[in-house]
Design a binder for this molecule. Structure first.
Ligand code: FAD
Length: 307
């Protein structure tokens, strides 16, 4: 049995595994795909102390760092269920095996909800982006659209308006859903256009990069094209927590509810990174959260009577 079993091998899980192993406790890390979202990232310019890197390169460095320690790495394995027992936890894997551990850290991350329209996949990282904090500066002086008029979409539009030349915010509904104070700020900006009641239909490009967005005016059914260089999709971040429903307290959005120590509603079960209620989903934050959850798990182990 493990002392700490980490489920998820992104930045949060990798960081948690190193912090646990450095305490000399039996540490395992289970990952469907080691590296997580970072594997899908092209340029990274906000991982402080590393001026610029690429996702797969950062994942390689993470893997090497983890391998420096006695961590049992179980890659390409998906957890399907978690049960608390008298002795700790049992984690069931998709292949049917069951792993035992005194404590568990869940760091299964999240995925951006996609528009599911033609061109979106083709132009991903070639104009289609999901993270304004990460990719906003790449569109300095250019024209972009933000898809989604909830809080994250409107925040993204306000943020981007300070960097790019023009922002068009596209909302499917007849009105924006963001908080009134954010909407007021948005409408005060001179380089932002808001289009409501619009259905995004296609990402257009020249084969190399994005050059437009085709949408339908839902009132008139007319189709229009906006010329632009970038599209930020802000229609939700989905935490990978479906398999935990009924096991641990989740927020309305499905995020694992954690406190400032990374503790969940279940003693001995900790969580870190994008799958939790932690605000701002970023690599540097996920790593800090993973370290914190690991130190909390160690604290739990030395205080508990679990044999
Ligand atoms: P993730 O990276 O999502 O990792 C989750 C891990 O859990 C993976 O190993 C996954 O396979 C595994 N997993 C999921 N479910 C299960 C299961 N049931 N059983 C076992 N394993 C499971 N952030 C920045 O700071 N800078 C950037 O420039 C940047 N650019 C980005 C670009 C893109 C395209 C994307 C998608 C994200 C970007 N981000 C960026 C955000 C950043 O990648 C995330 O905040 C960060 O990866 C979160 O780390 P995490 O460890 O919490 O989760």
């Amino acid at each position: 049995a493990f002392d700490v079993l980490i489920i998820g091998g992104g930045p949060a899980g990798a960081s948690a595994s190193i912090y646990a192993a450095r305490k000399g406790i039996r540490t395992g890390i289970l990952a469907e795909r080691f590296g997580g979202q970072v594997m899908d990232t092209l340029g990274i310019e906000n991982f402080i102390s590393v001026q610029a890197t690429e996702g797969p390169k950062l994942v390689q460095a993470l893997e090497q760092h983890v391998k420096e320690y006695e961590v049992d790495v179980m890659n390409l394995q998906r957890a399907t269920a978690l049960n608390k027992t008298d002795h700790g936890f049992e984690v069931t894997i998709a292949n049917g095996a069951v792993l035992k551990s005194k404590s568990v850290i869940v760091s299964t991350g999240a995925r951006w909800r996609e528009m599911n329209v033609p061109g979106e996949q083709e132009y991903r990282n070639k104009g289609v982006a999901y993270c304004p904090h990460c990719d906003g500066p790449l569109f300095k002086g250019k024209r972009v659209a933000v898809i989604g008029g909830g809080n994250s979409g409107v925040e993204a539009a306000i943020d981007l308006a300070g960097v790019v030349s023009h922002v068009t915010l596209i909302e499917f509904d007849t009105k924006l859903r963001a908080d009134a104070v954010l909407q007021k700020k948005l409408y005060s900006l001179t380089n932002v256009t808001v289009i409501t009641n619009a259905l995004s239909k296609e990402v257009l490009g020249d084969g190399q990069k994005v050059n437009g967005l085709r949408y339908e005016d839902r009132a008139t059914k007319e189709e229009r094209v906006i010329e632009l260089e970038g599209i930020f999709v802000q229609i939700g971040l989905l935490p990978n927590t479906d398999w935990l429903k009924g096991t641990v307290e989740l927020s309305a959005r499905g995020e694992i509810v954690i406190d400032q120590k990374g503790e969940t509603s279940v003693p001995g079960l900790f969580a870190a990174g994008d799958c939790t209620t932690v605000p701002y989903k970023q690599i540097i934050i996920a790593m800090g959260e993973g370290a914190k959850a690991s130190l909390s798990a160690f604290d739990y182990l030395i205080r508990s009577s679990v044999e």
